[in-house]
Ligand binder design. Structure first.
Ligand code: SF4
Length: 349
């Protein structure tokens, strides 16, 4: 029976084809046709022998995750809802940026076991880890929707799930999308965001990918209240691991900091944050909380957000405020959920 083309790294595909008596370099041809030229019809692959073209449908299927719907925000953000089997769904969000940047936020799991208190996805227990082909499939499906002159330029694993709880599939998918015969995305354009699974961080370093940490608190006491993972891997361990990543990769770590009203948004918290990160080559992304039903948290006032950011700027800390995109379609940070039935679709394209 034909297996999914999208599960294979180049080397693995070569070995698979070899096991059917084909030459290894056929894998490069297929990567070029499918990922590079977006040609899904084997019969149109003109530099491939006729006998191999006829064999291909029996070896490899090109099925992609089914799109349940697509919602578009006024700001150009597009949120895709994918069916990933047994009625389960995940979301991917395409976010347009400056300088022709098109960032695709991918999901790695259905639900999530990390139970971060401010996160919509964290309210659902982990139901399933996605396979490599389901992660690559999200990318390819969105890629096919994009105009030729607006390719996807960046990937972030910040959708549903903790990527480092599904490390093998996430790293395989990244390697596939990096391969120069296919999509050819630079490793430095792929960011893995973790809630703090410290033992897995060196794997991100080894893979040459960028690291983001969902930090959200400047001390253990506060962080443990909103992120249970902090009990297992407290800040000292997490920060040491970030330093090591930065030293080896010569890259800054992105520290995501969701600002929660009256919880972690004071000047004193900003001061603690500055000290916590003083030895870590990093930049801080502050993300004013996007309110969602039953979260129990609020968004700080504009003055408080500004004061927090300005304090850090005044201390020469590299800090950015992330633009909030897709708020009107529940596509903003921490708002993704497969419980789409709670948010009936207003627009399908
Ligand atoms: S913030 Fe990320 S790691 Fe935490 S519960 Fe949500 S999806 Fe999981």
């Amino acid at each position: 029976m034909a297996v999914s083309f999208f599960q294979f790294k180049l080397e693995e595909l070569g070995q698979y084809l070899e096991s059917y008596g084909e030459k290894k370099f056929r894998a490069q041809q297929l990567f070029r046709w499918i990922y590079g030229l977006k040609q899904f019809d084997y019969e149109e692959m003109t530099n491939v022998s006729k006998s191999f073209r006829q064999l291909l449908p029996q070896l490899l299927n090109l099925e992609l995750p089914h799109i349940v719907n697509v919602r578009s925000s006024q700001d150009g953000t597009r949120k895709y809802l994918f069916e990933v089997g047994e009625g389960e769904t995940v979301e991917a969000v395409l976010i347009p940026g400056n300088n022709r940047r098109q960032t695709l936020c991918l999901s790695s799991e259905v639900g999530c076991n990390m139970a971060c208190k401010f996160c919509f996805t964290g309210k659902q227990k982990l139901k399933r880890r996605l396979s490599t082909q389901q992660i690559v499939g999200q990318f390819v499906r969105v890629m096919l929707d994009q105009p030729e002159d607006e390719p996807i330029t960046n990937i972030v694993y910040m959708g549903m799930g903790e990527p480092l709880d599904n490390t093998d599939a996430v790293l395989s998918a990244s390697e596939i999308l990096h391969n120069s015969w296919g999509v050819n995305l630079s490793r430095k354009k792929i960011t893995v965001s973790t809630s703090g699974l410290v033992p897995q961080i060196p794997l991100v370093t080894q893979a040459g990918l960028r690291l983001a940490v969902s930090l959200n608190a400047p001390n253990d006491e506060l962080r443990t209240q909103i992120m249970p993972i902090n009990k297992k891997y407290p800040l000292a361990e997490l920060i040491a691991s970030c330093k090591e990543h930065s030293r080896k990769s010569k890259d800054k770590v992105t520290m995501e900091y969701v600002l929660l009203k009256d919880f972690n948004d004071s000047i004193d918290h900003a001061k603690q944050l500055m000290y916590l990160l003083r030895d870590v080559p990093s930049k801080i992304n502050i993300i004013p909380f996007n309110e969602h039903p039953d979260s129990g948290f609020g968004r700080p006032s504009e003055e408080k957000i500004q004061a927090f950011q300005n304090f850090l700027i005044s201390k020469n800390v590299h800090v950015l405020r992330r633009r909030t995109m897709g708020r009107d379609i529940y596509a903003a940070c921490g708002q993704l959920t497969s419980a789409y039935k709670n948010h009936p679709i207003s627009m399908t394209i």
